[in-house]
Design a protein around this ligand. Structure first.
Ligand SMILES: *[C@@H]1O[C@H](CO)[C@@H](O)[C@H](O)[C@H]1NC(C)=O
Ligand SMILES: *[C@@H]1O[C@H](CO)[C@@H](O)[C@H](O)[C@H]1NC(C)=O
Ligand SMILES: *[C@@H]1O[C@H](CO)[C@@H](O)[C@H](O)[C@H]1NC(C)=O
Ligand SMILES: *[C@@H]1O[C@H](CO)[C@@H](O)[C@H](O)[C@H]1NC(C)=O
Ligand SMILES: *[C@@H]1O[C@H](CO)[C@@H](O)[C@H](O)[C@H]1NC(C)=O
Length: 493
């Protein structure tokens, strides 16, 4: 049925709508990975130890199956196969991260690893040879252990150490990389890291997590300003920071205010300073009152000086958004919100639930509601006035290692459909990045859950990669640059 004939029948078949299923020429299709999750080679050449190496070597019980990323997908040796897979998928871009301790073994810029430098240089060249744009994340959670020993993200000096690292990265790769992401999901570094869910596995969100919040934003801004001053004119690349953005819906109209605070807690703490300037005012006030009541001399969120507000404001060229899930918010009394994955929700008296209409997965807090992505893209435009957004992660975890992963295929399709609707609404969404290119080390879940378009055989020393059904589907989308009408979805060959 052609689009025109759908219009004719629309009165009879009211559920069929005539929607333009073709992506604009400039839209980029991608897939993503991160260094610790795929590279392995944890002690190859002169690589320094990362916080993840240390944590999982000393506390293997952190991970359900006792595994770690020592070898992972062995992409340190098998990166050529990864590039080939990107080409098989017909990708326009590949998002990967640089391991700070692989490039700078001491954590400082006094010594650049020759092998580390060449590893990322070869990967970038390999992608460009296939016409694939590298999208480079500078920090995806693997901090040099020595910098952690010096206080890590709670030490304000780290913003200079990160800026030095960023300078080296630009110096080596800015001639070939146009899309940069300083930090992946900073809420994980700060909140998960200070609620014993991620390195440094401390339990001190009241102070450490909020110090991290400010220091990390200063690090981001310094890295942005260096590029702006030294490279922007010459290479005209774009820099952002990728927030994990949970969409929140109030359970009842009475929960609307606490839901708004929840957005500020999750999103605003890492976006408001960059896009609007300073902390989200209402949240800053609530957190300051909580700290004062508990006898702290300093406010939870360390204040920015007026100079710092201006320094951090305007340090993103596009909005990078990792979208997976939606949660429902209910207002509760102080201390009743529970623990992870609620982070600081006790602070504002919010608890999270699921709406039964959303699609459940094997993880109780991971429920799919693709329509939220379109709403969220509008929210970002309206709240932060951002005219370019890239969806830098989206995907589905499954327990099955099966190659026939229809649920993952549908997840990708349903989210791409919402992106198309948002584009047709006038939101400038420049790309979509599926998480993940291949099965990998999924942090505390080890190798038990799979996210890959390609399956990886982790018992095989060769770490053989095999395309799943979702890979075949995604490559049909990138080939035709369009989604097929829903009814014929499964007949894409
Ligand atoms: C559908 O959208 C694409 C990309 O924006 C555009 O090039 C094409 O002309 C549109 N087709 C129709 C029939 O509107
Ligand atoms: C690297 O680590 C492995 C264990 O993952 C160990 O067997 C090997 O000896 C180490 N190599 C060096 C050079 O330390
Ligand atoms: C929500 O906030 C508004 C404005 O701050 C206030 O007038 C209203 O009473 C609040 N509603 C609830 C249910 O607390
Ligand atoms: C995006 O935001 C701008 C400014 O806030 C607004 O004028 C515009 O209508 C919004 N775009 C869409 C598609 O809603
Ligand atoms: C994984 O690799 C091992 C070792 O090569 C092999 O015995 C096994 O059959 C492979 N599993 C799958 C599902 O291909």
């Amino acid at each position: 049925m052609s689009c025109d004939s759908v219009v004719v029948f629309v009165v009879l078949v009211s559920t069929v709508s005539c929607q333009n299923l073709t992506f604009p020429d400039w839209f980029m299709f991608g897939a993503a990975t991160s260094s610790y999750q795929i590279e392995g080679g944890w002690n190859a050449s002169d690589k320094g130890e990362s916080t993840w190496d240390r944590a999982l070597h000393t506390h293997p019980e952190i991970v359900g199956d006792g595994s770690n990323g020592d070898v992972a997908c062995d992409s340190y040796h098998l990166w050529r196969r990864d590039v080939e897979m990107c080409a098989e998928l017909g990708l326009d871009m590949y998002r990967f991260s640089i391991s700070w301790p692989r490039l700078l073994p001491t954590g400082f810029s006094n010594k650049i690893s020759e092998d580390g430098k060449n590893y990322y240089s070869n990967l970038i060249d390999g992608l460009l040879e296939k016409g694939i744009e590298p999208v480079v994340t500078m920090y995806h959670w693997d901090l040099p252990q020595y910098l952690q020993d010096l206080g890590g993200w709670a030490n304000p000096l780290i913003s200079d150490w990160f800026a030095d690292y960023a300078s080296v990265v630009y110096y080596l790769y800015a001639d070939r990389v146009k899309y940069w992401i300083t930090f992946n999901e900073p809420i994980v570094t700060c909140d998960s890291g200070y609620t014993k869910q991620s390195t440094p596995y401390l339990d001190d969100l009241n102070t450490g997590g909020f110090l991290c919040n400010k220091n990390l934003l200063m690090a981001h801004a310094k890295a942005y300003r260096i590029y702006e001053e030294e490279y922007k004119l010459k290479y005209n690349g774009k820099i952002s920071l990728a927030n994990i953005f949970v969409w929140f819906e109030p359970e009842t109209p009475d929960d609307a205010n606490v839901t708004e605070l929840m957005f500020q807690l999750y999103e605003g703490r890492f976006a408001h300073p960059i896009y609007l300037g300073g902390w989200p005012p209402e949240l800053e006030k609530v957190l300051a009152e909580n700290g004062k009541r508990e006898g702290y001399k300093y406010p939870r969120l360390p204040p920015f000086t007026p100079e710092e507000v201006e320094f951090v404001r305007g340090t993103a060229d596009y909005y990078a958004l990792n979208h997976y899930i939606t949660r429902q918010i209910r207002q509760v009394g102080p201390g009743e919100a529970g623990s992870w994955p609620f982070y600081g929700s006790n602070e504002i008296g919010a608890t999270m639930l699921n709406d039964p209409s959303w699609t459940p997965t094997f993880i109780d807090w991971f429920t799919l509601n693709p329509k939220a992505l379109r709403t969220q893209l509008h929210w970002i435009n309206d709240t932060y006035g951002v005219n370019e957004v890239m969806v830098t992660e989206n995907g589905l975890p499954l327990l099955s290692r099966d190659l026939y992963d229809v649920e993952r295929m549908e997840c990708i399709r349903d989210h791409l459909e919402q992106i198309l609707l948002a584009i047709n609404d006038g939101i400038h969404v420049i790309g979509y990045t599926a998480w993940s290119l291949l099965d990998n080390f999924e942090w505390a879940a080890g190798y038990a859950s799979t996210f890959g378009l390609y399956a990886v055989n982790f018992t095989d020393p060769q770490r053989t990669r095999t395309p799943r059904e979702s890979a075949r589907y995604y490559s049909s989308v990138t080939r035709t640059r369009s989604l097929l009408p829903r009814k014929t979805d499964l007949n894409y060959e």
